[in-house]
Design a binder for this molecule. Structure first.
Ligand code: SF4
Length: 483
C-alpha cells in the first residue's frame, strides 16, 4: 500500500490529468444513475471508490474530495485534520507532531503538488473549505456524476483584501475602523513589542494583573495563550477580558483544538463585547502534548478557515452559516507561522493562504536561528507579504542550556541550533547569557527588512522578559504607559 501511495505522489501530474478527464465525462452517467436511484447507485459505487482511493491516496472518504488541491495526498490523514497546509509541529525528520512514526501528510502533499505544478496552476493558492461533517463517508464520485456541488469556500467581499494597516481597500463595501492601539502600532510601522502570558490556574484575576503589570510601559500588547501545550488554564477569552477591563491591550489566542465552529464564533463575539479586539488564530497543539491526553480533540476548523470565518463576521457581518449578525465585531486578526521547521519553501504558500484568509499580523514561533528567519523574510518580501501583514517574530530566553535542550527535544516545532545551546552551556551565568543572546537576537531582527516587531515568550519568566526589553534600549518604563 505504502509503495502504491509513493508511486501516486511521484506520478501526481499524470494521475491528476486522468482524474480531471474522468470527472469531465462523469456527468454522462447521470441519466443511468437517476434511473437506478441515487441511493442505490451510491451504495454500489462507494466500495469501489473507497478501495481505489484508499490504495492510491490513503483516502478516508470525507465525501468532499480535495485531492486535486492537496497534491493528491488525502488531508484526512493529518492528525489535526488540517486542510490548508501543515501545522507548526512538523518534526525535523518529517515526522508528524502527533504520530511521530508517521510521515507528515503535508510533506506528502508538498511532494505531490510539486509534481503537479510542472504543468498546472499552483494548487496551494486555493483555500480548501472546512469539512461538512454530514458528508463523511459519502461518495465524491457520485457528486461528480450528478453535479452536486462540493462545499465551496466562502470568500471575503471583493476589494476587502487585508492590508497591513488592517484597513480595507478603498472599494471595499465595509467601513473598517482600526480596532485599537495594537492595530494602530502595527500600522504606524513602529517596532512593536508584545509579550505572552499564560492565564492562571485560579479564578482570582489579581495574580494575572500583577504579572501583566510587570510590562507597564514596555509593550504594545499582551498575548494570552489558549490552553498552550494542550494544558488547561483559565480561558483565554476570560483572561483577555480581565486585562481589557483593566485598560490593557490584550491579544486573545483562539485555537481550533477545543471548540467547534459554533463555539468559536460565539467566543470571539463574546470577547469583542468585553473589549477584546485582537485575535490570534491558531490550530493548536494536539491533546496528546498536554495534561489531558485522554480528551477528545475537536479540530473542526484549521486556522486558515477560522481566519476566514472571523473575517466574514467582521467584513460581511455574518456567521459561517451565512446568517446575519445584528452588528459586526471590530477585530484585528492574526495568525502564526513557523519558518524553522520543514517544509521550508511551502511555509510561504501556507502563510499566503493565511493572509488571503484575513491575517493582518503574523506571529512566529521562537526564533533561535536568525539566518533561517532571514531566508524566510527574503521570500516574504519577494511576494510583498510584509506589506499586507505585520511580521512579529517570537523570541525568548530560557534559564539554562538544560532548559533549551529540553525544549528542543520535547516541544515539536521549536528549532534550537546546537551552537546556541553550547554557548549558553559554556557561560558562567547561564541565565545572564540567555538574556544577552535574546537582546542580540532582538537587534538582529530589527535590521531585517519587513520585521515589524518581536513577541517575547517564556513561561512564567516575566522578570527576564522585562529585563530583555529594558536592556534592548527600545523602551523604558517611563517612556509610555501600557496601552
Ligand atoms: S505534523 Fe501536523 S500537519 Fe503534519 S500530519 Fe501531523 S498534525 Fe498534520
Amino acid at each position: 500500500m505504502k509503495a502504491l501511495r509513493q508511486w501516486s505522489l511521484r506520478h501526481a501530474r499524470g494521475l491528476a490529468a486522468f482524474y480531471r478527464g474522468v470527472a469531465a465525462h462523469a456527468p454522462a452517467a447521470a441519466p443511468l444513475v437517476r434511473a437506478v436511484g441515487l441511493a442505490r447507485a451510491e451504495a454500489w459505487l462507494r466500495p469501489f471508490e473507497r478501495a481505489a482511493k484508499s490504495a492510491f491516496f490513503d483516502c478516508r472518504m470525507c465525501g468532499q474530495c480535495a485531492l486535486s488541491l492537496t497534491g493528491l495526498a488525502c488531508p484526512m490523514g493529518c492528525a489535526k485534520q488540517m486542510r490548508n497546509g501543515p501545522c507548526g509541529g512538523v518534526r525535523p525528520d518529517g515526522g508528524c507532531e502527533v504520530r511521530p512514526t508517521q510521515h507528515c501528510t503535508w510533506l506528502d502533499a508538498t511532494e505531490g503538488d510539486a509534481t503537479m505544478r510542472a504543468g498546472h496552476t499552483p494548487s496551494w493558492t486555493q483555500r480548501v473549505a472546512p469539512l461538512d461533517h454530514r458528508r463523511l463517508g459519502r461518495s465524491s464520485w457520485m457528486n461528480a456524476i450528478v453535479g452536486e456541488p462540493a462545499p465551496a469556500p466562502r470568500n471575503p467581499p471583493a476589494g476587502s483584501a487585508a492590508t497591513r494597516s488592517g484597513r480595507a481597500a478603498p472599494d471595499a463595501p465595509v467601513d473598517r475602523l482600526p480596532s485599537g492601539p495594537f492595530e494602530q502600532a502595527c500600522a504606524e510601522s513602529n517596532f512593536v513589542i508584545t509579550v505572552e502570558i499564560a492565564p492562571p490556574d485560579s479564578p482570582d484575576p489579581a495574580p494575572l494583573l500583577q504579572r501583566a503589570g510587570r510590562f507597564a510601559g514596555l509593550v504594545d500588547a499582551i498575548n494570552i495563550t489558549d490552553g498552550a501545550g494542550a494544558n488547561c488554564h483559565m480561558s483565554s477569552v476570560a483572561a483577555a477580558s480581565v486585562l481589557a477591563a483593566a485598560g490593557l491591550t490584550p491579544v486573545c489566542q483562539v485555537g481550533c483544538r477545543d471548540r467547534n465552529r459554533i463555539a468559536v464564533q460565539g467566543d470571539v463575539l463574546g470577547a469583542a463585547a468585553l473589549g477584546v479586539r485582537n485575535v490570534l488564530c491558531l490550530t493548536g497543539d494536539d491533546v496528546s502534548q498536554g495534561d489531558h491526553p485522554e480528551a477528545k480533540p475537536v479540530f473542526d476548523l484549521d486556522s486558515v478557515n477560522l481566519l476566514n470565518i472571523l473575517r466574514g463576521m467582521r467584513d460581511r457581518g455574518e456567521y459561517a452559516s451565512g446568517r446575519r449578525l445584528e452588528r459586526a465585531p471590530r477585530l484585528f486578526l492574526g495568525a502564526t507561522a513557523n519558518p524553522f521547521v520543514p517544509p521550508y519553501a511551502e511555509r510561504i504558500a501556507n502563510l499566503e493562504r493565511k493572509i488571503d484568509a484575513g491575517a493582518q499580523f503574523i506571529q512566529t514561533q521562537f526564533c533561535f536561528d536568525v539566518p533561517l528567519l532571514e531566508a524566510f523574510m527574503r521570500e516574504v518580501r519577494s511576494r510583498g507579504l510584509h506589506r499586507r501583514a505585520a511580521f512579529i517574530v517570537g523570541i525568548g530566553t530560557l534559564g539554562s542550556a538544560k532548559a533549551l535542550r529540553w525544549m528542543a527535544d520535547h516541544v515539536p516545532g521549536v528549532h534550537v541550533p546546537v551552537a546556541l545551546t553550547a554557548r549558553i552551556g559554556a557561560a558562567a551565568d547561564q541565565r545572564r547569557e540567555g538574556i544577552r543572546v535574546c537582546v542580540e537576537t532582538l537587534h538582529a531582527l530589527r535590521r531585517i527588512e519587513g520585521v515589524a516587531g518581536v513577541h517575547l515568550m517564556g513561561h512564567r519568566n516575566e522578570d527576564a522578559l522585562a529585563q530583555v526589553i529594558l536592556e534592548s534600549g527600545l523602551r523604558s518604563t517611563a517612556a509610555r504607559q501600557l496601552a
